[in-house]
Design a protein around this ligand. Structure first.
Ligand code: SF4
Ligand code: SF4
Length: 89
């Protein structure tokens, strides 16, 4: 098993980034708060037609490579739609 990537905070304390892993589209409201908040521009909004033909919006991960693992998107989400994972070294 590979080791988990651990960095340090400004005060030299260990910090394990938790990178964005997934968004539960079944609970996402498409409010866009997470998209606006992410300073790394990792997130976007997509639209789709639901079973009743209504246009709906949900968040999506558009650029995971730029994620710094801060979990801010998950904290701002009232629906707790986000999952995160540390990175293996
Ligand atoms: S904050 Fe949550 S509910 Fe709002 S768009 Fe993002 S994932 Fe969806
Ligand atoms: S964990 Fe941080 S950097 Fe990554 S998508 Fe969420 S807000 Fe953006």
């Amino acid at each position: 098993m590979s080791d988990i990537v651990i960095y340090k905070t400004f005060g030299e304390m260990p910090w394990t980034p938790q990178y964005v892993e997934g968004i539960n589209k079944a609970v996402c409201l498409g409010c866009g708060r997470c998209v606006k908040l992410c300073g790394q521009e990792c997130l976007g909004i997509e639209s789709f037609e639901d079973d009743e033909g209504t246009e709906r919006y949900v968040a999506k991960i558009v650029n995971k490579d730029q994620c710094i693992g801060c979990q801010a998107c998950g904290r701002v989400c009232v629906r707790k739609a986000y999952t995160f994972k540390p990175k293996s070294a």
